[in-house]
Each structure stands twice: as structure tokens, then as C-alpha cells.
Ligand binder design. Sequence first.
Ligand code: G6P
Ligand code: MG
Length: 213
Amino acid sequence: MIKGVIFDLDGVITDTAKFHYIAWKNLASELGIEIDEKFNETLKGIPRLDSLIKILEYGGVRQKYSDTDIDSLADKKNEEYKLLLEELSKDDILPGIEEFIDELRSNNIKIGLASVSKNAPTILKKLELIEKIDFIADPSKVAKGKPAPDIFIEAARGIGLEIENTVGIEDAESGVKAMRACNMRSVGIGVEADLTLKGTSELSLEVISMLDK
Ligand code: G6P
Ligand code: MG
């Protein structure tokens, strides 16, 4: 039985995935690497440093950069990303998400967040949703980012539920893999999962309850 729902953030609650793409594309371009939307799909859900390493490997220049260089390049990307986030407001919540969260809350279903983004609390504050989330898993406290299951396991622990009583919602293949790795039932937004939906406006308690049957 579903007693808790665990959300990914970027691409599920709000479309910050497009800001990550802009900031990575600009940084990559400065390094002489061109990335496109298809390659960007492989970055979704992947922690900041791992994303940068993937870009450098894609450009065939990973060996040119030391760990310190990588840290400062990742900081640079994050500074640009944070500038893009400044405009974010309640209007940027994806369609149906707030209504769905309210429906879950009024049915006593716990709400967790399993994003590997270190910017998650800032984003949720800007969207005015932070008060409605019972637990935000801290990515700095888990050993491995997606596609490892750690962040989903931590989110389930934080809302006090067994994995079998939870369902996770993701827009990225890495996130669906992470859920499958811990046997969490999955809803995919535009990505194949146990239950696949086209968009966030299709989410409702009735729809996700299909996973209980
Ligand atoms: C999410 C996004 C990724 C991003 C990661 C880290 O998983 O889908 O694109 O790289 O968070 O985000 P951060 O805000 O910490 O750089
Ligand atoms: Mg996502």
C-alpha cells in the first residue's frame, strides 16, 4: 500500500533541467566541447561532479584536468546555474504538481524528496513548496548518486517508511535505475518506468494507485 511518495526535483517538480543544460553547455563550450540535447539526457539526475567528468570524457580531455581544476569548473557552472535560478518563482512549478502534493497531504501520504541537487532547498523555497515536503534527503550524506539507489533509500528512511510502501517519481533514466536497484515502485514522467506518464498533469492519487494493484 502506498504510504509515501518520493519526488525527484529537476524535471519533475520544476523545469530546472533546462537551466542545468544552459549552464553545462556554456561551460563545455568554453572548454572547446560541444554538447547537444541528446547528450544532455545522459546528465539528468547525475551529481554535479559526475556530470562534469562525463562532459570532459565526452570531449576526450578528461586527462587534462586535475581534481582541483574539476572542483573549480564545477563551482563555475554552479555560479551560472544559481544566476539562472534567481528568476524562479511559484509560477515555475510544473503543471498539476502542487495540486498533486496537496491531494497526497490531505490523504496523509508522506512526501519525500530524493534529488542529488545541493540546490534543492533553495529551489523549493523559491517555489514556496518547502513547507509541504516532509523530508528532503541530503545528497552530501549519501555515498553514491543516481543511478545508485542511496538517495531514494535515504528519502524513504527520512519519511519513516519501508521501501515497499513508497512510490518514486522521476524524469530521468538514471533515477528509474536507482529506484529499481532498491525495489521502489517507479513513476516515469516521459521516461519508461513501472508506470509511465507523458506529463506531470497526469499525476493523481488514483493514477499512482494503479501500482498497488
Ligand atoms: C539533479 C539534476 C542534475 C544535476 C544534479 C546536481 O539530479 O538532474 O542535472 O547535475 O541534480 O545538482 P546541483 O544543483 O547540486 O548541481
Ligand atoms: Mg530529474
